[in-house]
Design a protein around this ligand. Structure first.
Ligand SMILES: Nc1ncnc2c1ncn2[C@@H]1O[C@H](COP(=O)(O)O)[C@@H](OP(=O)(O)O)[C@H]1O
Ligand SMILES: [Mg+2]
Ligand SMILES: [Mg+2]
Ligand SMILES: [Mg+2]
Length: 337
């Protein structure tokens, strides 16, 4: 029997994401002053974001040396005298997750393997070393997210969620799970503590009134008051589940909630490909549809951002059209698109 498509990429991605997730876990309770900086766009980045990108890029470099990487972080703030403190801490932390240690020079180059501009042609990896840095800093949800994109189509997605309970019904139980998907091969969950993969699927609810929404914790990332109006229009009474990062895609993929809404807060913000590549494939493989607020598929072929999309609506294939209809009514009451 021939091996399944992308078996090697899947295995390397699992290995890399697990190693980076463990590096993040190691520090998340002990970050101190000087280990977090604020980027130009005012968003935070920590020594763990840089270290996780260095770890994943090292694994990708060694198995797929000619594949370009679209990674969120770059080494700018780690260079020169101003970056020395962060640089030293990142080196120590990244090396705690690697068998062969990186040097001060090679770690910066390794992080900068992630500066690829993306596009419509060829193979590339999309990496978010910590998605939900704000959640990470609060000790809440975050995810290490890696996807393989070929000719604009996501083919493989792996996400590591160190703080996510392995069973949503047991919030105080074991935490730390990986979500794994390959196009056409289904969606799977694996706990950090085991190599057994379990198939997952979205919950097949009979009526939308039984649904619950999943949305961002950050009101600056998604319009929560519009989401509440949409929920009301659909007859949804349950309070929304608010969660940082692509853990939202993972949660709906295993049936913890039914709908993920990300409604644009500003007309100019372009969603980043690394924020959605792996999660959107997971949902599709778990029986869902992922689109933007207009119902258009997410288009990963326009560089580092989803330049032609606006927001995200993810739901079970059976209810997605109804959710889009309600989104349209609330966001575009005049019928103007
Ligand atoms: N104005 C905005 N609208 C939508 N997303 C935004 C945003 N500003 C930042 N983000 C993105 O929101 C991501 C977190 O998603 P969520 O809100 O679902 O937890 C951030 O990822 P990082 O944490 O990797 O920087 C960042 O890329
Ligand atoms: Mg960020
Ligand atoms: Mg992100
Ligand atoms: Mg990030």
């Amino acid at each position: 029997m021939s091996a399944l498509a992308f078996a090697a990429e899947r295995a390397v991605a699992i290995h890399a994401v697990l190693a980076a997730s463990k590096v993040c876990q190691r520090v998340f309770t002990k970050l101190v002053n000087g280990e977090t900086v604020t980027k130009k766009d005012k968003s935070p980045v920590t020594i763990a974001d840089y270290s996780a990108q260095a770890v994943v890029n090292t694994f990708l470099n060694s198995s797929f040396p000619s594949d370009p990487i679209v990674g969120e972080e770059d080494s700018k703030d780690l260079r020169g005298d101003a970056g020395r403190l962060m640089r030293e801490k990142v080196l120590e932390l990244a090396n705690s997750g690697l068998d062969t240690p990186l040097t001060e020079q090679s770690i910066l180059e390794t992080i900068d393997r992630g500066t690829y501009g993306g596009g419509a042609k060829g193979r590339m990896w999309a990496l978010d070393p910590i998605d939900g840095t704000k959640g990470f800093l609060r000790g809440e949800q975050f995810a290490v997210c890696l996807a393989l994109i070929i000719d604009g189509q996501v083919q493989v997605g792996v996400m590591g969620c160190p703080n996510l309970p392995v069973d949503a019904k047991n919030q105080d139980g074991e935490k730390g799970c990986l979500f794994i998907t390959v196009k056409g091969q289904g969606a799977f969950q694996r706990n950090f503590s085991s190599t057994t993969e379990v198939p997952i699927s979205m919950s097949d609810i009979q009526s939308l009134t039984d649904a619950s929404f999943c949305e961002s914790v950050e009101s600056g990332h998604s319009n929560q008051s519009e989401a509440a109006k949409i929920a009301q229009l659909l007859g949804i009474t349950k309070a929304p589940v608010r969660m940082d990062s692509q853990c939202k895609y993972c949660s709906i993929s295993r049936g913890d909630a039914e709908v993920y809404l990300r409604l644009p807060v500003s007309a100019t913000y372009e969603e980043k490909i690394w924020d959605h590549a792996s999660g959107s494939l997971l949902v599709a493989e778990a029986g869902g549809i992922v689109s933007d607020v207009y119902g258009r598929p997410l288009d990963f072929s326009h560089g580092r951002t989803l330049a032609t999309n606006s927001g995200v609506v993810a739901a079970h294939a059976k209810i997605h059209a109804k959710v889009i209809e309600a989104v349209q009514k609330v966001l575009f009451p005049e019928g103007k698109l």
